[in-house]
Design a protein around this ligand. Sequence first.
Ligand SMILES: *[C@@H]1O[C@H](CO)[C@@H](O)[C@H](O)[C@H]1NC(C)=O
Ligand SMILES: *[C@@H]1O[C@H](CO)[C@@H](O)[C@H](O)[C@H]1NC(C)=O
Ligand SMILES: *[C@@H]1O[C@H](CO)[C@@H](O)[C@H](O)[C@H]1NC(C)=O
Length: 470
Amino acid sequence: MQRLNLLKDSFFGLDVVQQQLVVGSAVALAAGGILLYAMQRRPKVKTIPLGEGWWGAGEKTLSEDKKIHPFTVKTSDEEIKDLHERIDKTRYTDPLEESSFNYGFNSTYLKKVVSYWRDEFDWKKRVAVLNQYPHFKTKIEGLDVHFIHVRPPHRADQKVVPLMLVHGWPGSFYEFYKILPLLTQNRSGVAFEVIIPSIPGYGFSEAPHKQGFNSLAAARVFLTLMERLGFSQFYLQGGDWGSLITTNMSQMKPDCVKGLHLNMCVSNRGFKVLLSMIIGPYLPFLVGFSREDVRRLFPYFEKNVWEMLRESGYLHIQATKPDTAGCGLNSSPVGLAAYILEKFSTWADKKNRDLEDGGLERKFSLDDLLTNVMIYWTTGSIVSSMRFYKENLKGNPSNRIDAKTGTFVPTGLAAFPQELMHCPKSWAQIRYRNIQSYTFMPRGGHFAAFEEPRLLADDIIQFVKKVEKL
Ligand SMILES: *[C@@H]1O[C@H](CO)[C@@H](O)[C@H](O)[C@H]1NC(C)=O
Ligand SMILES: *[C@@H]1O[C@H](CO)[C@@H](O)[C@H](O)[C@H]1NC(C)=O
Ligand SMILES: *[C@@H]1O[C@H](CO)[C@@H](O)[C@H](O)[C@H]1NC(C)=O
């Protein structure tokens, strides 16, 4: 009683100002509490701002032509004659003895590829193959954006789901030519309406004229494209740059993206990843690794650090001085083919470096490989495709706001065993907060759609069915 009185006295013993202070703080505390509560109650979905951009030449034009124009790939005798003349003037360097593909593209094998290109490869026929699907162009942010748009043959009696597929480097829209018919056909009641754009600066999409066109800009351009085509909800799929671009699209407009399917996933670095790298090989279950994760990831230094050093020289060049190396590539078709096709050898399987022919024709036909090279050659787009690295790797990518923003749309991951770097589910979950499916694929590498169209199509379909609850 005595103490209580004392307390009471001391409270009421405070002067008016002090009393007001106490009451004020209490109110502030309560308000803070409510605010904190409200913040926690707010849905956790953070988005990254859409931003804006204009990449055309010179001054921004006030009104943009929003129409969609049909487009046809064309070629001419002159174009082919010029190609042959340049091929005939190539200077080769003999490979070192027994070097296979370890010093880069073996030039003895390169001569074989080139003689096929020069004398048997029929570009006019390949152009007809390219034109078997309907192509279009439309102006977005000052650039002519190229895309393919294929509807399933029948629309009744099946669920038609819009799906955009996004390629990477050194690929093109052509990577999807084999998977396309697998997706547009009716498979147990689902068929896709497929949209395949070319990243600006790649193939038939106009190259940005201004600095700064990165994956966020590409994401915004493709969101505008989908809007212009009348889609308010759709699925996205990508590997390589396509994986970053579609991720950024999902971060910008999560309401529009019903599901995101990736065959390559860039994980955040951080304490959790570092820790799991250290204890993963010994106590995998503690860090959420499966046996297959351990097999694919370790020994970590050799498989990831050392391999990445051996394989990422191109990245450093393209992220710093793309125009310099690009100058030679854009003048020499054979130089361009060696530069591009070496990636199709090693990224399908790193062991291909030890094969005399780089294992190229094990996975791909020369017709398909050279068609992709010709898309770069005839459009003169190698330099602009390389610049995309510089624009994306400016500054420290992990310091940007968007790198800290999670991705909340339903996500499906297909982990191919020969992918450049394995990303375990527990790492992917740091960025992708709603993983609906994660599949260890039985075979295949970086160019999933080009190498293993059937496997990839099956995984996309099972993912979409899961999300649609079919
Ligand atoms: C380069 O490729 C050719 C043809 O495949 C092969 O015969 C030759 O041994 C290879 N050269 C080296 C150095 O690996
Ligand atoms: C699509 O597949 C479903 C289920 O297999 C079938 O019932 C439907 O008739 C098919 N529709 C078309 C247009 O083929
Ligand atoms: C886009 O998404 C990727 C995730 O793949 C992320 O690393 C990146 O920070 C995002 N933003 C940009 C500009 O790349």
